[in-house]
Design a protein around this ligand. Structure first.
Ligand SMILES: [Ca+2]
Ligand SMILES: [Ca+2]
Length: 321
C-alpha cells in the first residue's frame, strides 16, 4: 500500500519559515542586548568603584590638609596658659574715630598668624615662674591688696619682669601691632573690643563707681563690681576669644614707643622702632584704675620699662609654626 503522500500547505510552510526567522532574530536580539547590558553593567560597576576611590582619595587629602592646620586653641605646656590662634591677615591700625594724635595716621598692617594668651598672666602663673627661676621676688603684701588671689592678673611687673617671664615660658610679649589686631577681635574701625557702645560695667573692669574716690574721671554710674583687679575672665571675651583685653591691667608690648612711628613703619609684621628717643615702652588696653577713653583699642600709652605699677601686667604670644 502506497504510503499516503504528505501534503504540505505552502502557506503553512511560509508561516513556519517566518516564525523561525522571527525566533532567530529574537534570539540574536536577546544575545546582543544581554551582551550590551553586560557591558553597560560592567562599566557602571567600574565607574562606581572608581568614584568611591576618588572620594576616598579626596578624603585622605582633606584629612591631611586638616591635620597640617594649626589648632585653634592650645594649652601652653610651660605655664599652662590657654592660647588662641589669631589668623594671618591685615587690618587698619590706629584711631579712626577720636583723633588721638599718638594713634595716627591710620595705616595698613599685615601680620602672620600667631597664638596669644586668652587671659592676662595671673598671680598663680607668675608664682610658678618665680619657683622655677631665681627672678627677684615682688612685694607680695602690696600685690595682695590689688590682686588678692591666684586667678587675678599679676601686677606691679616691670617690662623687664614681663620679658623674663616670657623667656622662662618660651614665649614673647606681643608687638603693638599684634596686640591691636588681636584686641579688635575681627571688628573693623570700632572703638572698643566689643564695638562702639559706651562702657557700662558689663564689658570690662575699669574705673567705675567702685573705684577709689580720689581717682580722676571715675564713671559714677557704671558698675563693674570691682574696686581693684577682677579675676581674669570675669567679663565676656572679644571676637577672638580674648578676655580683659580692655581694662583690668594695662598690658606691656615688646615695642619701644616713638610718637612718629605710625608715619614710618613697614606694612608687614612691624616690630616697633629700633629705639625710643625717650626710653619708653608701649602699654595697651587701660586698667581698673583708668576711665573709659583709655579702654580704646587704638589708644597707646608708654612708660619707662623699669616702672611697675598696680595697673600694669601683661600677656604673651607665640608664633603659629
Ligand atoms: Ca572697676
Ligand atoms: Ca587688660
Amino acid at each position: 500500500m502506497a504510503s499516503p503522500k504528505t501534503f504540505r500547505d505552502p502557506r503553512r510552510s511560509h508561516l513556519e519559515t517566518k516564525s523561525v526567522i522571527i525566533a532567530k532574530f529574537r534570539n540574536l536580539l536577546e544575545e546582543v542586548l544581554i551582551r550590551e547590558l553586560s557591558w553597560i553593567l560592567l562599566l557602571l560597576i567600574v565607574g562606581v568603584i572608581l568614584m568611591g576611590c576618588g572620594e576616598e582619595q579626596e578624603n585622605v587629602v582633606k584629612e591631611e590638609k586638616e591635620n597640617t592646620r594649626p589648632a585653634q586653641e592650645i594649652i601652653w605646656e610651660k605655664d599652662g596658659a590657654k592660647m588662641v590662634l589669631i589668623p594671618a591677615g591685615s587690618f587698619e591700625m590706629g584711631d579712626h574715630l577720636d583723633e588721638i594724635k599718638r594713634s595716627q595716621p591710620v595705616h595698613k598692617v599685615e601680620l602672620d598668624a600667631f597664638y596669644i594668651d586668652i587671659y592676662e598672666v595671673t598671680v598663680g602663673q607668675y608664682k610658678q615662674f618665680l619657683l622655677e627661676t631665681e627672678h627677684q621676688q615682688p612685694s607680695w603684701d602690696w600685690i595682695k591688696k590689688y590682686s588678692p588671689m591666684d586667678d587675678h592678673p599679676m601686677i606691679n611687673v616691670t617690662w623687664y619682669d614681663a620679658v623674663a617671664y616670657t623667656e622662662w615660658a618660651g614665649k614673647r610679649l606681643p608687638t603693638e601691632a599684634q596686640w591691636e589686631y588681636a584686641a579688635r577681635g575681627g571688628l573693623v574701625g570700632k572703638r572698643y573690643p566689643w564695638g562702639n557702645e559706651k562702657a557700662d560695667g558689663s564689658q570690662c573692669n575699669f574705673a567705675d563707681k567702685n573705684a577709689p574716690d580720689d581717682f580722676f574721671g571715675i564713671d559714677q554710674i557704671a558698675d563693674d563690681g570691682y574696686r581693684y583687679t577682677a579675676p581674669v575672665g570675669s567679663y565676656p571675651a572679644n571676637g577672638y576669644g580674648l578676655y580683659d583685653i580692655a581694662g583690668n591691667v594695662w598690658e606691656w608690648c615688646s615695642d619701644w614707643y616713638d610718637e612718629n612711628y605710625y608715619s614710618n613703619l613697614p606694612v608687614k609684621n612691624p616690630q616697633g622702632p629700633d629705639f625710643s628717643p625717650i626710653n619708653l615702652r608701649v602699654l595697651r588696653g587701660g586698667s581698673w584704675g583708668n576711665n573709659a577713653p583709655y579702654l580704646r583699642v587704638a589708644d597707646r600709652i608708654y612708660y619707662a620699662p623699669n616702672a611697675g605699677h598696680a595697673y600694669r601686667g601683661f600677656r604673651c604670644v607665640s608664633g603659629a609654626d
